[in-house]
Structures are given as structure tokens and as C-alpha cells.
Design a protein around this ligand. Sequence first.
Ligand SMILES: [Zn+2]
Length: 259
Amino acid sequence: MAENAMEDKIRRAAELICGSRHVVAFTGAGHSTASGIPDFRSPDSGLWEKHNPMLVASVWAFRLNPKTFYDWIRPLADLMLSARPNPAHEALADLEDMGCLKTIITQNIDNLHQRAGSRRVLELHGHLREATCIRCYKVEPIDPVFHNLVREGRVPQCSCGGVLKPNVILFGEQLPVRVLNEAMAEARRCDLMLVAGSSLEVTPAADIPFLAVESGAKAIIVNREPTAFDAYAHLVIDGDVVQVLPRVLKAVQELVELA
Ligand SMILES: [Zn+2]
């Protein structure tokens, strides 16, 4: 994109944000690729060259063979623990601090929004902070002991003897109802939806921005590739969130100072 056209779009995005009363961001894997985290649901992620996702990361596979699941997720979990938030995460945290962003709805499980300082984050695909016993449903924190067990090739167990499953949403599992309901309420309530780093291909999570637009919100999408949502957005910025969002933040700060 020509720099002038990009500059115009950045300014327009800042004006939309400053002119809205309830802004909600929706983020996906593209938000964390600059932090070195692959999109674990994507066929291009490199995670599926040796594994069939349905045989390792589905709820059925987990119940049949949790050890295979843990062997698969260990390198990914290690990556997430060592990854750092990038400027796109930091820009959204700063917008929230300024009162210009109410909520982040994310498809990511990497905790990077929270580590960047974002406070209200709805994680549609769960997270790796806790695990739930698949027998008694007790919820346990995922702590260093848990990580050590996984590293030693053992399957973490609950005190009842049941297997502990990290609170990430596997293939074949429903999205967490409470989080999904809150996200849908945010989509209906917001007057601006900022989609950042998601191709909106994984439903039902991807339905959320469409719900916002159907409910009367305006929408901005920042993504490196075209998406089916572009036709519904009021502003499409084809670029990397890591470059675009810090510039949007700066433009918002300038507008706020002028006001
Ligand atoms: Zn248990």
C-alpha cells in the first residue's frame, strides 16, 4: 500500500476509535506470529507435518491417549512461556489504559494480551493457566510441577486419579459458554469492532465480528491477507498488526491531546 494511503487509513482508524463510545477488539493468531507463536489451528503452522490434528489435539484423542496430546503440546507450551508480547499487544493495552478500548476478545491461548497489561480479555479458545480434571471437573492451576510432569513425559493427574486437561479448547469441543456469552454481549453492545490479526476462518469464534456489524457497529479490520469480513468493514487496513497498531495508537494519542 502506498504510504499516503496508509497514513490516511491510520488517521481514519484513530478518528473512528475516538468517535466511538464502546470499542471492542477481536484478535487472532496473526497478533502473535511476531512473538514467534505459530497458529496452532492452521495447516501452514508447521505443527501438523508429523501429526494429524484430529489424532492429537481433539477432545476424543485426548480421552483416548492424553500422553500423545502432551507430547505434542509441550513444545508449543514452552514457546508460549518464553514468548514476549509484541508492539501490537502493547498498543491494545495502551488503548485500554486510555479508556479507548473496553474489551479484547481473542482466539489466542498464549496469555500475551494479559502479559502486555490488558485487563479485560475474553479467551474464546481457552488458555494454559489452568487445567481441569476430566473425571471430577476440579480446576487446578498449571504450575511448575505440572510443567515438570509434562517435560518428564508424564501425564498430570488430579488427586482423584483422573487426567488433568489444560483449559484450552480442543478440536471437537464447545467454546466455553460463559466466555462466549460475554463475547456475544460485547459484540452487541459495541459501536466499533476492531479486528486485528485474524482471518476470521475459525467459526464459531469468527462469527463474533459479524454479530457486531449486524447489531449496528462499525468495523475496522487490520490483517495481512484479505478476508471474507472485508466487505462488511468500514475500514480495511491490509498490513501487519505489529506495524499498524502502534501507529493507530499514536494517532489516537494525538487526537486526544488536541481535544
Ligand atoms: Zn479429579
